[in-house]
Design a protein around this ligand. Structure first.
Ligand SMILES: [Zn+2]
Length: 410
């Protein structure tokens, strides 16, 4: 056999595996959405041959991912068996490696959070120290009851910075010394459990698409204002990642050429003008310089500032409005480029309310194509505050679009 044929054969095998994976995911999604559902109806909706549906559902039942649930009387009086996901029996661990907090949670595949824990991250100096800390905390979490008696089917970790989810590598993070670190390899080798990593904001966009404000929306952009500004783009219900896996770095668009130097090395990036910390510092500086404000500079926090802006305190209003204006200008660029149906905003800044939304709406109206903004909806997140929901969404994505479905055996 020559090399070309060998390669062709390899490609064909890869394609067959991919098709198998794709069809299983289609069937699983349909069962999840319409349960309880018969095999006949599943075949009809999926447009797959009944024989394929039988084969795939048999495999899913064998692996414990779905179950035959009840006998249903059909119109002809014959009884058909229905299928439903066995999601409660599948346990996963979702983690957010934050700036100061490590959040670990145990979910079942239905999305029910069964247990969670938050640990303050000690001062990190080396990557080895951070990894040892992370592994020790995961091990501790997994060995406490009731989790010690459960099989864990997947682990996922979200963090801020540049991440390559396909290779399982942390490319760059401003918070930790983890550049080009193979985090997935390390966790999988330690626990022997399929592991996934992703940028937190982009996974949050995914969570919003699966469970939140963009559930029935094909094209959307999530904007998160936190200690920086990030975005996640969903096109045709899929996370837009590209080859670099890092589409959506809105925080580093130059916004104020006369501004401060950003941690990325450039001047006046959006996140040097807009973030919870920047807004807090601007208000603090103005009060210290003699500006009137209802807040006490020694006791105020960022929530107080946004609430004061909403209730019309002039200083907080002006500074929040300026931030909203910078945000709006950059969102307008995204609207012109991507023409999304929805923009979803998340972060404490939502507490500022009308000043935030009206300023962004003005920018979008003045700076985008009329056809793009006529139908555009700008709205708040619909996810409940949950630090690990983004990581949980990453596991759902691995089931719907990756090979995790094939790797789970309950
Ligand atoms: Zn920057």
């Amino acid at each position: 056999m020559n090399t070309v044929n060998h390669d062709t054969m390899q490609t064909n095998i890869a394609n067959i595996e991919q098709i198998k994976q794709l069809n299983s995911a289609i069937i699983y999604k349909i069962i999840e959405q319409y349960a309880p559902i018969s095999r006949v109806k599943t075949a009809k909706i999926s447009r797959l041959a009944p024989a394929s549906v039988t084969k795939i559902t048999r495999q899913l039942i064998e692996n414990g991912l779905i179950a035959e649930v009840e006998l249903q009387a059909s119109t002809g009086g014959r009884r058909a068996i229905s299928l439903a996901p066995n999601s409660d029996a599948v346990n996963v661990i979702a983690i957010k490696l934050g700036q100061k907090l490590l959040s670990i949670a145990h979910y079942n595949l239905s999305g029910i959070k069964l247990m969670s824990k938050q640990i303050t991250i000690p001062k990190i100096e080396t990557s080895a120290f951070l990894i040892d800390f992370l592994i020790a905390e995961i091990a501790k979490f997994m060995t406490q009851p009731p989790l010690i008696n459960e099989k864990i089917s997947a682990i996922s970790i979200t963090l801020s910075g540049l991440v390559d989810p396909k290779k399982g590598i942390v490319v760059y993070t401003p918070t930790y010394p983890l550049d080009d670190y193979s985090l997935v390899n390390k966790i999988e080798n330690t626990f022997n459990i399929p592991t996934f990593i992703g940028n937190h904001t982009r996974c949050l966009a995914l969570a919003e698409n699966y469970f939140g404000a963009t559930k029935n929306t094909q094209d959307s952009v999530l904007i998160s204002v936190h200690h920086g500004v990030g975005s996640g783009v969903i096109i045709e219900n899929k996370e837009l990642l590209g080859k670099s896996c890092n589409i959506g770095e809105i925080g580093h668009i130059q916004t104020n050429p006369a501004g401060k130097r950003c941690h990325c090395g450039n001047i006046g990036c959006l996140e040097t003008e807009v973030s919870d910390l920047v807004i807090y510092d601007k208000v603090k500086e103005a009060i210290n310089a003699g500006s009137d404000c209802v807040l006490n500079v020694n006791t105020m926090n960022i929530d107080d500032i946004y609430l004061a802006a909403a209730s019309g305190d002039k200083l907080c209003y002006t500074i929040t409005q300026q931030a909203a204006h910078y945000l709006g200008k950059n969102i307008a660029i995204l609207v012109n480029l991507l023409s999304p149906e929805k923009i979803v905003i998340t972060g404490k800044i939502l507490q500022a309310g009308e000043v935030l939304f009206s300023t962004i709406a003005d920018c979008i109206k003045q700076q985008t194509l009329p056809n793009f903004h006529d139908q555009l909806i700008v709205t708040s997140t619909e996810l409940k505050p949950d630090l690990t929901i983004a990581a949980f969404a990453l596991i759902k994505q691995a089931i719907y679009e990756g090979d995790l479905l094939q790797r789970i055996k309950v």
